[in-house]
Design a protein around this ligand. Structure first.
Ligand code: B3K
Ligand code: ZN
Length: 880
């Protein structure tokens, strides 16, 4: 049963709190079945707000006692809130004491206080603190916390909370206690506690200022050998934030704790970050290069929140991108700076843009489209989205483009000077960056720029070129538009920084620069050309827009071979491939890759100067979801078939080149997850996948045999998993044996088993064979739907990452989806709502899929007692 309200919350309704809570003293008696929480607060009225009752949020709590100034008081419950009317008048602080109990062992939502592997963890963002005690659970109420934890010493030897440990000792009956004081005021969403049998890797560091800090990474006993990379990433994060933005660690102790039951990636609780094990644990035997990269960026992300999010936080949840967009931008910059040279930076940029275009662009075009700063929500957890995070980061990136790198650092300093210790808005942020750079284009156009925060939808920039051979004038006409999104029929022009260059026919750069497009249409002229140049547009993906220009193949081949901007070299290859895929799909034509395209791919693959990592990106075809977005009517199976046929032809046409690539890159030396060696592994992996694919038609078993050998002999997970995937994806008969062996090798490594499940649920569909496999996997003894990582590895890998297998003509995929959404909703609404998003784009589907998808969504929507989380997603999906 649900508690609380089902009311839509509007940004425009923001009211400051009627009370402030200055201090909070919490005492926990931890017990999985019944944890007792004593909460003593110093509260006072907000003098700026009309006197009114105190309404405290609470959820799934058992209330035992309420005392005001040490005396019993009257109270009532209204819409799940605890309402206190008889409070002292005047603005003097008073003491409010609340005693409650909760049941962590029964908490399957993983919000508030819960148990995982016999340890206690908390997750409070966005509104989980109210599941621990009654509180003003909103980010603009910032308090000083003192926390005492009491628990059985044998079962829970480690007791952690935010800030500094000020006391600890033994109690009667084998229990012990620890008392923590957080020196910084914070909103309740940043509260955390951890209790359990944990071990830690420690590192002492000195900041530039000479201050010493203790860094700790806590894991379960047995996992200590997988913490080195997380610790290295943390040290690198501390050093980077000091060097790039002058932001120092403000705590004596900074802790990371890993748990295997976690709804998302990680959480930036002040001084006590709690992480999904997926983003902490790594050694070369169990983690891939991608895992190493993700750990680096997530550790960085949570650490960077210490300033952007924790020191300066959000006034209300509509401002979420204030901390998330900015912190994603910071972690992206961190990873780029760590990657090193221009090429490695570009690789990271390409990966980030790929996420934006395959996940955020569809969101922006679907029923859940919302501005970077949303205007309304039913359930805030639904708005931790790629729009708030990744598009939000692009908005910050554009600001940096408009004020320059130094100007941006200056703006950030002003932001902290003004707002440190406060809860503020996205507007406050933009204002600070602009004011620190009064002569910039951002300052001059700030009001218009802010539309990036208020208008949803992906802008399209249409480019038309004209060359007048007589006058030698080359002109570019740029037209911008943005389609309607829910609640926003009309859009005003955006401020769009467009980095561009012009090349001559031989590929030499003639000019380069940045144009800031502000009008609906503008024409740029370039005089003095004797021949028509080739335009390189939106270099580095300088704005989150769809750039429409009818490039000729010749122009794209010139860019692919010569552009000084590595991003646009990659983009040229993507355009060449996308154009071909669309032609085959739209015309229902057989796939026949032309010689110029194949030769261009061969040239890149064999190029003596390009990095392996970059080659791997260029040779990888655009994702099926990306291709789908370019079509008005989508037949996912057709897209899958075309893309597979293109891959198959690349396998055969470049066979000798793939052989060369594999042999030349397969040894990357002693394992190191650096960009150069991981790039070599990535290219060798792609080559092996193609060689196994080629065996499908040739029937020659040499390469599948080599892949199996590689699978057995590999000295690291990247090579081992790539070899396994090559066999599974090519559908070779050795795959079954390899899968079995892999499971036996890693039966005690949950994160590796997740990969094993995900690979099978995401495998290319052949005659509808994946769904039965998925159903079987759910019967596997290692499957557990309550563990979010495991649920994602099977259910999401199929419903969200395997369009060819999921969108079945018989609708069995949709039936499976609706059953799982409903099943998960009763366990964990946040995870269920994410899964519900898998059918976001149903309206684009070709019949009969469209009708079947609609029916499946309607079936979910008709279920009584749905969580707000799922209800919001399915209601929006069905809206006109
Ligand atoms: N701030 C958290 C996300 C919390 C999600 C709540 N549903 C992790 C992060 O963005 O760093
Ligand atoms: Zn974040």
């Amino acid at each position: 049963m649900r508690e609380g309200t089902s009311k839509v919350i509007y940004r425009a309704d923001y009211q400051p709190p009627a009370f402030w809570i200055d201090t909070v003293e919490l005492v926990f008696d931890l017990d999985p079945a019944k944890t007792r929480v004593l909460n003593r607060m110093r509260v006072r009225r907000n003098p700026d707000v009309m006197p009114q009752p105190l309404r405290l949020d609470g959820e799934e709590l058992n209330l035992a006692r309420v005392l005001v100034g040490g005396q019993g008081t009257s109270f009532k419950m209204e819409e799940g809130q605890l309402v206190l009317e008889n409070l002292p008048e005047g603005n003097e602080p008073f003491e409010l004491e609340i005693f409650t109990t909760c049941a962590p062992a029964k908490n399957t939502k993983l919000m508030g206080l819960y148990v995982s592997n016999d340890s206690f963890f908390t997750q409070c963002e966005a509104e989980g603190f109210r599941r621990i005690t009654y509180f003003l659970d909103r980010p603009d109420v910032m308090a000083s916390y003192t926390v005492t934890l009491r628990a059985d010493k044998r079962k829970y030897p480690v007791l952690l909370s935010n800030g500094n440990l000020v006391a600890q000792g033994d109690l009667e009956d084998g229990r012990h206690y620890a008392k923590w004081v957080d020196p910084f005021r914070k909103p309740s969403y940043l509260f955390a506690l951890v209790a359990g049998q944990l071990v830690c890797r420690e590192q002492r560091i000195s900041a530039r200022s000479g201050r010493d800090h203790l860094l700790q990474v806590y894991v379960r006993p047995g996992d200590l050998d997988k913490t080195e990379h997380a610790m290295n990433s943390l040290m690198a994060s501390v050093a980077w934030d000091e060097a790039r933005f002058g932001l120092e660690l403000d705590l004596e102790r900074f802790m990371i704790v890993a748990t295997s039951d976690f709804n998302m990636g990680a959480m930036e609780n002040k001084g006590l970050n709690i992480f999904n094990t997926k983003y902490v644990l790594a050694n070369q035997a169990t983690a891939t290069d991608t895992d190493y990269g993700n750990i680096e960026s997530v550790v960085g992300h949570e650490y960077f929140h210490n300033w952007t999010g924790n020191r300066v936080t959000c006034r209300d949840w509509f401002q979420l991108s204030l901390k998330e967009g900015l912190t994603v931008f910071r972690d992206q910059e961190f990873s780029q700076d760590l990657a090193g040279d221009v090429s490695a930076r570009a690789v990271k940029r390409i990966e980030d843009v790929r996420v934006l275009r395959t996940a955020q662009f569809p969101e922006d075009a679907g029923p859940m489209a919302h501005p970077v700063r949303p205007d309304q929500y039913l359930e805030i957890n639904n708005f931790y989205t790629v729009t708030v995070y990744e598009k939000g980061a692009e908005v910050v990136r554009m600001m940096q483009a408009l004020v320059g790198r130094e100007g941006f650092a200056k703006g950030l300093s002003l932001y902290f000077q003004r707002h440190d210790g406060h809860a503020v808005t996205c507007d406050d942020f933009a204002q600070a960056i602009a004011e620190a750079n009064p002569d910039s284009q951002l300052a001059q156009r700030l009001e218009q720029f802010r539309r990036w925060y208020s208008q949803a939808g992906t802008p399209r920039v249409r480019v038309q070129t004209h060359f007048d051979a007589v006058s030698g004038i080359y002109s570019l006409t740029l037209t911008q538009s943005c389609g309607a999104t829910p609640g926003q029929p009309d859009k005003q022009p955006f401020v769009i920084p467009i980095a561009l260059g012009l090349l001559d026919a031989e590929g030499r750069e003639l000019t380069s620069g940045m144009h800031v497009l502000t009008q609906a249409a503008e024409t740029l002229t370039f005089p003095g050309y004797s021949a028509e140049p080739v335009p390189s547009l939106l270099r580095g993906f300088s704005a989150p827009v769809i750039l429409e220009y009818d490039y000729s193949d010749r122009q794209l081949l010139t860019l692919l071979a010569n552009d000084t901007d590595p991003f646009n070299r990659w983009e040229a290859a993507q355009r060449l491939a996308t154009g071909r895929a669309l032609t085959y799909i739209r015309g229902d034509l057989p796939v026949e890759l032309d010689a110029p395209y194949v030769e261009a791919m061969r040239t890149v693959l064999r190029h003596p100067a390009l990095d392996a990592a970059f080659k791997e990106l260029v040779l990888t075809l655009p994702a099926e979801t990306y291709i789908a977005e370019q079509l008005d009517v989508v037949d996912p199976q057709r897209i899958h078939a075309v893309r597979e046929a293109m891959r198959q032809q690349l396998s055969q046409a470049l066979y000798a080149d793939w052989e060369w690539a594999y042999e030349a890159h397969k040894d990357s030396g002693a394992y190191r997850p650096d960009p150069v060696s991981s790039g070599r592994r990535a290219l060798a992996g792609l080559a092996l996948a193609h060689l196994c694919l080629a065996a499908r038609t040739s029937g020659d078993n040499v390469w599948p045999g080599k892949a199996y050998q590689r699978f057995k002999d590999a000295s690291n997970m990247t090579d081992r998993f790539n070899a396994l995937a090559a066999l599974v994806i090519s559908g070779h008969e050795l795959a079954a044996q390899a899968l079995q062996r892999f499971h036996a090798m890693f039966r005690n490594e949950p994160l590796v088993l997740d990969k094993w499940f995900a690979l099978q649920a995401g495998a290319p569909d052949r005659n509808g064979n994946v769904l039965p496999v998925v159903k079987q996997l759910m019967q596997h003894p290692d499957f557990n739907i309550r563990n979010p990582n495991r649920a994602r590895s099977v259910i999401f890998s199929y419903c969200s990452a395997n369009p060819g297998g999921f969108h079945r003509a018989d609708a069995a995929g949709y039936v499976y989806w609706s059953e799982r959404v409903m099943e998960l909703d009763a366990i964990n609404p946040q995870v269920a709502a994410r899964l519900a998003r898998a059918l976001d784009r149903w309206k684009k589907l070709a019949e009969p899929l469209r009708g079947a998808a609609r029916e499946a969504i309607a079936r979910v929507a008709a279920k009584p007692d749905l969580s707000n989380d799922v209800r919001e997603v399915v209601t929006r999906a069905l809206a006109d």
